[in-house]
Design a protein around this ligand. Structure first.
Ligand SMILES: [Zn+2]
Length: 167
């Protein structure tokens, strides 16, 4: 079955997701499975639950050891230094931009056994974590981009659509 990624503008992408309380349940396994399948099909390196229309705090990030599912993640510590790099997003298809991100972060989250884990990340891995944690807080990379490198026209269309009242 083709996987659908929610596209901006969409309310589910713009609100803070709810804390995920059902870690370890069948529902959690189904959610992670669906996120993983969608991420793989669309060749993403990370995905957040709102992108498949689930307003809960769950993310998946690709790592050297395989995909890592995290629930209720938050940034615990960040470096002072930021580094600019190019990003895109499955929910803002066709748009790329330069986004400053902390060069290193420490993230606290729950794993699939509901244990509290702390993850130290640098460079690209830190960037992906910040991008996905932004998603569960209703923030998209286009909000933080200092420059749009590709897809300006698409972005204009998104902004037009978002500005039109639906009555
Ligand atoms: Zn994204």
């Amino acid at each position: 079955m083709p996987k659908i990624v929610i596209q901006e503008p969409a309310p589910v992408l713009r609100r803070k997701s709810e804390k995920f309380e059902k870690i370890g349940s069948r529902e959690a396994k189904k959610l992670v499975f669906k996120m993983l399948e969608t991420m793989k099909e669309k060749r993403g390196v990370g995905i957040a639950a709102p992108q498949i229309n689930e307003g809960v705090q769950a993310i998946i990030v690709d790592t050297a050891d395989g995909p890592l599912a995290l629930y209720n993640p938050k940034l615990l510590k960040t470096s002072k230094k930021k580094e600019s790099g190019e990003e895109g997003c499955l929910s803002v298809a066709g748009v790329y931009g330069i986004v400053p991100r902390f060069t290193s972060v420490e993230v606290e989250a729950q794993n699939e056994k509901a244990e509290i884990v702390r993850i130290k990340a640098e460079g690209f891995f830190a960037r992906v974590l910040q991008h996905e944690i932004d998603h569960i807080n209703g923030v998209l990379f286009i909000d933080r981009a200092t420059k749009i490198t590709e897809g300006k026209k698409i972005l204009d269309e998104i902004e037009n659509k978002a500005a039109k009242p639906i009555l």
